[in-house]
Design a protein around this ligand. Structure first.
Ligand SMILES: CSCC[C@H](NC=O)C(=O)O
Ligand SMILES: [Zn+2]
Ligand SMILES: [Zn+2]
Length: 419
């Protein structure tokens, strides 16, 4: 049951092999990841090709052709990259993929999101060995750079002619672990903005009291933004909304002062100061209202402030609608998804907005319905955390869930091309 069978060829050992590839930023080993996944795909009998929109950032596209190749296809997405890990703070080295005697597999990426990468392949391996024949074509995309925004990965992919040719009707992407025994599913992400506010002001001796110093101007903004943050957080604390349903505004850097060889000059008030914020906007919020708030309250010119919004991807679809996938009868894929989960013996909790951001936003921008889903129940949420792990039993059950999903989605006959 434990780790000494690591050399055996099994779904878990293949998962471990993938986990051992060092795909953490800032230097993810995409070449090894692509080589491994491609060899798996070929061994199963699938098609595999490598696309490279940006040199050094390959994307692997795996295809299982359906008997009905003109129907819109199913796309299963997984990013190959991982966030870094502080080795010294882990119980087991983050790229060892050690399996403990209780079945926990420790690795950076075990939840985010190398599990689904292998589960897609293992589910297809099993369906093929049962002689299942899909009607719709199924693609798996293994993309680079999700953790740093996806701009050289999924963003370029959706704009490509290769993507158009896939004729994707429905897509699945990563979700998040569920501590309880219901599976979680996500119909939207929050859209990320980076906001940098800059204050200018009157410089002067550190002992002087006067109005309109750069630090004073910046600190006023920070106070006002903290109050806004508090107001959003109170809604969450009162239980009126989930974390992912409000606008988060979190300070991530401040930069001011006049450097000296020993630190900062202490008796000079600087003429410039700036701060950076991570802002996440749920699809229900109005980005123009936030923009107005920034102009009028957070970085007003009257307080000698300027600002820069770094928009990290789309915030509306190409028709101007919110980036979300319907989870009601208007979306026929939703009922196929729901049924397939229950046929696999799973319970589903109420669809949620994801608090973080994934590549799904680029496909939702093209109006492709996307559900975020990672089949991990009874699992603590450890993405980006120390000691990220997944239980072998949870991993293996996930393969069964994808068998149910892939067979249902690929067999779904209704013509949805007019939707
Ligand atoms: C600028 S998009 C960044 C994407 C990243 N995704 C996962 O953590 C995130 O910060 O949510
Ligand atoms: Zn992820
Ligand atoms: Zn992540």
């Amino acid at each position: 049951q434990s780790d000494n069978e690591a050399d055996q060829d099994s779904p878990v050992s293949r998962f471990q092999r993938y986990l051992r590839i060092k795909t953490a930023h800032p230097d993810p080993d995409y070449a090894s990841a692509v080589a491994f996944l491609k060899s798996q795909a070929l061994e199963i009998g699938l098609n595999a090709r490598i696309l490279e929109f940006v040199p050094g950032k390959p994307l692997l596209l795996v295809t299982w052709y359906g008997s009905n190749p003109s129907s819109p296809s199913i796309l299963l997405n997984s990013h190959m990259d991982s966030v870094p890990a502080e080795s010294s703070k882990w119980l087991h080295p983050p790229f060892s993929a050690v399996r403990t005697s209780d079945g926990r597999i420790f690795a950076r990426g075990s939840q985010d999101d190398k599990c689904i990468a292998i589960q897609y392949l293992e589910a297809i391996r099993n369906l093929r060995s049962q002689n299942f024949v899909p009607a719709r074509t199924i693609h798996i995309s293994y993309v680079p750079d999700e953790e740093i925004g996806g701009f050289d990965g999924a963003a370029k992919f959706v704009q490509s002619k290769e993507f158009k040719e896939l004729n994707v009707g429905f897509m699945m992407d990563e979700g998040q672990a569920s501590p309880g025994d219901e599976f979680r599913v996500f119909y939207a992400d929050r859209s990320p903005w980076g906001l940098i506010i800059k204050a200018k002001g009157t410089p002067g001796h550190g002992s002087r009291m006067y109005d309109n110093s750069a630090m004073e101007n910046l600190m006023k903004s920070i106070e006002i933004m903290s109050r806004f943050r508090e107001s959003q957080f109170e809604i969450v604390k009162a239980g009126e909304a989930a974390n992912s349903e409000v606008i988060s505004v979190n300070p991530v850097f401040v930069n001011a002062g006049i450097p000296s060889p020993t630190g900062f000059v202490m008796n000079m008030q600087p003429s410039e100061a700036e701060a950076g914020f991570d802002i996440r906007i749920p699809p229900t919020a109005d980005p123009d209202a936030i923009r107005r708030r920034i102009v009028e309250e957070w970085a007003p010119a009257r307080r000698n402030m300027t600002f820069q919004i770094i928009e990290k991807g789309p915030i509306r679809d190409y028709l101007g609608g919110p980036l979300m996938t319907m989870t009601n009868d208007s979306n026929p894929w939703w009922s196929v998804f729901k049924t397939a989960i229950s046929e696999a013996g799973g319970k589903l909790s109420r669809p949620e907005i994801l608090a973080t951001t994934t590549d799904a936003r680029f496909m939702r921008q093209m109006k492709i319905p996307v559900l975020g889903f990672s089949p991990m129940t009874n699992t603590p949420i450890l993405l980006h955390d120390h000691n990220e792990f997944l239980r072998d039993s949870v991993f293996l059950r996930g393969i069964k869930v994808y068998e149910s999903l892939i067979s249902a989605l690929s067999s779904f006959q209704e013509d949805v091309s007019s939707q």
